[in-house]
Design a protein around this ligand. Structure first.
Ligand code: FMN
Length: 389
């Protein structure tokens, strides 16, 4: 049986640190609480660093809860690999006040293969990456991974929706390319045209390679695939003093476009029930990527803020499993949360889910899937603190 020591837990924290988070904020603060008596379990308590949240872009803390769920799942995977079972003891609070208590149990044997999801390892956690560069459509690996993810979600107790009376839960749904393209363009303009959202995003962009933060957190010029010369100019402009000005100027320039988009969105929504065009076979000469949304049932009675946080943590765990599963099939994801953050595009996707799938559902995560065609730069992470027991 594996002894649960501070050294071992520090290793597991290092694996879990490869977890994804919006803007690579890495909001988690894990703490090891060793067993105090021979009969009491060792625990890990995970809190949120409020300075690593996105109060403007993520006002309901949905992305924060998803990221915390991804971390819990990453830690659970790394722990299972060394024969430690991780159970959720409690989830309290929400947003920056969220506290998760994990209970650790050393197993006599390493766990056997699970038929819900592949038995992921720490190698999978380190291999997974978001790709914002050019990707290629892939049919066969996508179809296999998608079917496996659907089985995994169903077996995780989060059954897919059934017809017009959805069961409580979540589902993974493919979105047609034309709907995706239209709404991605609209959602991107929405983010740029809101000065406060744009300014907050700028705070997490890392252009200056000499700054210590470049290798620690945020979205680096490398990861964003921005050419070096452009990154050098951006580094000079993206300072705390200039940021609010850049945000305000960009949003002022885009505000009229946003207004037109809103008008157009309401017209499109009114006529969307008559629109059934299939995805075009190709875009710009190459086949379009597959686009997926992880959706949650929107009919479940509201069960209070704390249990919403619990539900979103569970969604985050499944989101990570889906991304790891795609990675196992050689596929990467390009994430576009703006589609579920922008009210107009969120409801356009919601309308599609109802019209074409009979689901009363809301998107909580949106991403394209494909094969990477160029090397993907590694995202930064903060160093993991040593644990003193
Ligand atoms: C809840 C959540 C939302 C995210 N939203 C976006 C997004 O809108 N755009 C994007 O480019 N990446 C998004 N990401 C991906 C993160 O930026 C990425 O995980 C982080 O930069 C670390 O990079 P890595 O996943 O390649 O290790 C999101 C990740 C999570 C967990």
């Amino acid at each position: 049986m594996m002894a649960i020591t501070a050294t071992l837990i520090a290793e597991l924290f290092a694996h879990a640190a490869r977890s994804p988070s919006a803007h690579n904020t890495q909001p988690w603060i894990p703490r090891f609480a060793p067993a105090t008596t021979p009969r009491s379990p060792a625990e890990v308590h995970v809190a949120v660093d409020p300075a690593r949240t996105l109060p403007v872009g993520d006002p309901n803390s949905q992305d924060l809860h998803l990221a915390m769920g991804c971390w819990v799942e990453s830690f659970t995977i790394a722990a299972a690999e060394v024969g430690i079972h991780v159970g959720i003891g409690s989830v309290r609070g929400r947003g920056p006040a969220l506290e998760i208590r994990l209970v650790l149990t050393a197993l006599p044997d390493r766990p056997g293969a699970s038929d819900l999801w592949p038995r992921f390892t720490s190698a999978d956690l380190h291999h997974r990456q978001v790709d914002r560069g050019p990707m290629r459509r892939a049919e066969e690996p996508f179809a296999t991974a998608f079917a496996a993810a659907e089985r995994g979600l169903a077996a995780s107790g989060t059954a897919p929706f059934e017809g017009r009376a959805p069961t409580k839960g979540m589902a993974l749904v493919e979105v047609p390319h034309d709907l995706w393209e239209t709404n991605l363009a609209r959602a991107t303009r929405y983010s740029y045209s809101h000065a406060d959202i744009f300014t907050e995003t700028l705070e997490w962009l890392r252009f200056d390679r000499r700054a210590s933060s470049y290798a620690q957190d945020g979205l680096s010029a490398d990861c964003l695939q921005i050419p070096r010369t452009l990154a050098a100019v951006a580094a000079r402009l993206n300072t705390a003093r200039l940021r609010p000005w850049i945000g305000a100027l960009t949003s002022a320039a885009l505000a009229p476009v946003e207004l037109i988009d809103r008008l157009r969105a309401s017209v499109v929504r009114r006529t969307s029930r008559d629109r059934r065009s299939p995805a075009p076979a190709s875009t710009g000469g190459s086949a379009p990527l597959h686009h997926l949304v992880l959706v949650k049932d929107s009919t479940a009675p509201s069960a209070g803020a704390d249990s919403l946080a619990k539900q979103e943590i569970e969604l985050g765990r499944n989101l990570l499993r889906i991304w790891l599963l795609l990675d196992r099939h050689g596929l990467r994801v390009d994430v576009h949360s703006e589609i579920k953050d922008c009210p107009q595009t969120r409801s356009a996707v919601s309308d599609y889910l109802l019209d074409d799938h009979g689901m009363h559902a809301l998107p909580v995560a949106a991403f394209s899937v494909g094969l990477s065609t160029t090397a993907v730069p590694r995202s930064a992470r903060r160093p993991v603190e040593p644990i003193h027991s």
